[in-house]
Design a protein around this ligand. Sequence first.
Ligand code: AMP
Ligand code: MG
Length: 488
Amino acid sequence: MHDTLLHSADAGWHLEHSYAQLPSLFHSEAEPAQAPRPNLTIFNHPLAKSLGLKAEVLDTANAADIFASNRLPDGAKPLAQAYAGHQYGHFTTLGDGRALLLGEQITPDGQRFDIQFKGSGPTEYSRRGDGLAGLGPMLREYIISEAMHALGIPTTRSLAVATTGVTIFRQTRQPGAVLTRVAASHIRVGTFEWAAAHQDKVALKALADYTISRHYPNLTGEKEPYLAFLQAVIERQARLIAQWLHVGFIHGVMNTDNMALSGETIDYGPCAFMNAYDPATVFSSIDHQGRYAYDNQAPIAQWNLARLAETLLPLLHPEDKQAIELANTALESFRSHFDQIWLAGMRKKLGLFNEEAADKALVDDLLETMRLHQADFTNTFRALSTPERTLPIAALKTWHEQWTVRLTRQPQTAVEVTQRMQANNPAFIPRNHKVEEALTAAVEHQDLNIMKRLLTVLATPYDHSVDLPEYSTPETEGAEDYRTYCGT
Ligand code: AMP
Ligand code: MG
């Protein structure tokens, strides 16, 4: 017996399909796989509410039928999106191999969000993959994406995870699961690379116009809209990467297919947060060269943006040479945008309101001492953010004195400094061992309580009024050996 309420507008579903209007090059029809024993593992109430969805109807056992992809909400028209991408520097064609776009949910305040199933079975783009996803990795994406959201960093979000009753095979056997992902859109640098690879200028222009109207609507009237668009994407990515660095986030697989034009963080695979500060930190088991290391994320973003710029050349200028010049000038601005946003954020982390030329050196000095002494990134800033300005480690004594003097050269009060610091230095990040503990309980023991407790802590990361050492102490052993996995 199907509960028809669940699927209807009564549950708040209001799906539109603007992406489907793009040329057929960009999508193909797809059907979700049937789940023999659907079970709703977790459902995101605040996110549902902001989307106009009724949690009281959808967070129910029957709703597992929807979120395990058995029966689609009314108005859904599932499609798989086509894209290409540079993976570890090598061009390849890809596409949604295990995902489906149901449509775009229109929220009560008129915003448009993609509703996507991830792990819902094979599509035209699955190549040799099974189109499925494991419960562990889908819950991991749920935890980290919701943590990123609470940290104030643009990100796709996670509405629900449901198991399907199918066992999938990776390094180990895993319960199969579907993640319902919510995104400003799933248009990637790789989507543009797909159009360019087909040398289809009409499709390319349609995609660019669509992306501008969806994510950069203020540019529609510009004299040179495509150049302005490239510039705006560059600025958004510069801001995003700077924000990652401010909280110690390492994406882990910044292939061009995992870079969203909306400026949201997307595709949580082998990502993780750094403990001890080391700019060379890499967690991904396959990133042997450190291509996607913490400190390489800005240069890699710029590299990825160069791939985007190449696709846009035919729209930038009829003459190749001029088009390339325009693109290069735009690309060169990435570093200055990034540096400026990064330093502005670091000033906030140190409670600085005004600007002095020596601030960059003050920040660099702090980071270098932290690196030499393997100081925990989050907890160092957290200690400095206390009203007492606690000295995090003895090696920072001289630096601390300089900083204290620097703080006197601005008019703000001590209370204002503390407020600014606590609002910009998280007390809580998803510690790797806490994430693993939550996943083990959920996947191996069907116990969601540990994950739910973790999510509650991560929902208010800037709350410095609570002391929860269990969630803020880095693991004592094995931190350097923590490894994350792709293709999960
Ligand atoms: P990702 O590493 O998640 O960014 O995925 C890279 C590409 O591989 C995308 O085109 C995915 O759709 C595809 N892919 C990943 N896992 C699977 C799978 N199990 N079955 C089919 N395609 C997959
Ligand atoms: Mg991807």
